[in-house]
Design a protein around this ligand. Structure first.
Ligand code: XBP
Ligand code: MG
Length: 256
């Protein structure tokens, strides 16, 4: 048994949007294409989208926007939101297929290291399963789903992030306790969700979350780093390493 697999760390649970890949600009473009297709007359500029990201889930985000800005049409719009979201998801798939998005630094390296060390991998994302299907096989590898012992997507839980449901579902399907896991997230909403599930969390901020409140994170770094592209330490426990690897994650998950 390798020294790593004898340590307490047993699983790494990855958020998707903003963490595995910086995808929210692709989502924003997909929403706007869908709004044009269905003649809603909406257009979400980046600043507005950044504020709307506090509401997780694309369907919930559209309902929230309509209730804030088009309350007089909410009764007409609400029943059509699922259809609007299906149009959006098709546009998201097209944008991803165009090659607009790649995995962030260190993601594939760390996943492969975990698989070689029998550390379990899981996904905990607010994203819908069709959006995930459009993304992961394209930016990781076609049959990447076999890498994961659990894939918790937003459509599988009653309460999305910041509720702990997605991380609790991932832990249950992995069959492990929170103390044996570490979460990798990009947002304050995601940090609150993993923390509420009792999971130590490492943050790699993304385009839309770089000024979020990350108090409570074990550490915040620019990204997971690559040997030829070292990470930049931001706040929390100093990882004193140029890349995030399993040994670094084990140190972070150990009590101070
Ligand atoms: C981010 C989200 C998702 C995406 C849009 O998920 O909140 O709703 O913004 O995807 P996470 P959908 O950071 O937890 O991966 O339209 O499929 O919801
Ligand atoms: Mg995220």
């Amino acid at each position: 048994m390798s020294s790593v697999s004898s340590m307490r760390l047993r699983a790494v649970i990855f958020d998707v949007d903003g963490t595995i890949a910086d995808t929210e600009e692709a989502h924003r473009r997909a929403f706007n294409k869908a709004f044009d297709d269905v003649a809603l007359g909406w257009h979400w500029q980046p600043d507005l989208y950044k504020s709307l990201l506090k509401v997780t889930g694309g369907k919930e985000r559209m309902h929230h926007y309509a209730s804030l800005h088009h309350a007089d049409r909410l009764a007409e719009i609400a029943p059509r939101i699922a259809d609007f979201h299906a149009v959006k998801t098709r546009h998201f798939a097209d944008i991803i297929t165009s090659g607009a998005v790649a995995a962030r630094p260190g993601i594939i390296r760390l996943m492969r290291e975990a698989m070689a060390s029998d550390i379990r991998l899981a996904i905990a994302t607010t994203m819908s399963r069709p959006s995930l299907d459009a993304l992961l096989p394209r930016i990781l590898e076609p049959d990447c789903y076999r890498w994961f012992g659990a894939i918790a997507t937003g459509d599988r839980v009653g309460a999305k992030k910041p509720a702990p449901d997605l991380y609790e579902l991932a832990l249950a399907e992995l069959g492990i306790d929170a103390i044996g896991a570490i979460a990798i997230e990009d947002s304050s909403v995601g940090l609150r969700s993993a923390t509420a599930a009792g999971i130590t969390t490492l943050i790699t901020p993304s385009t839309y979350t770089d000024d979020d409140d990350f108090n409570g994170a074990a550490t915040v770094v620019s990204d997971l780093g690559e040997p030829d592209a070292p990470l930049r330490y931001i706040q929390g426990r100093d990882v004193s390493s140029s890349v995030i690897d399993l040994a670094t994650l084990q140190d972070l998950s150990a009590p101070i």
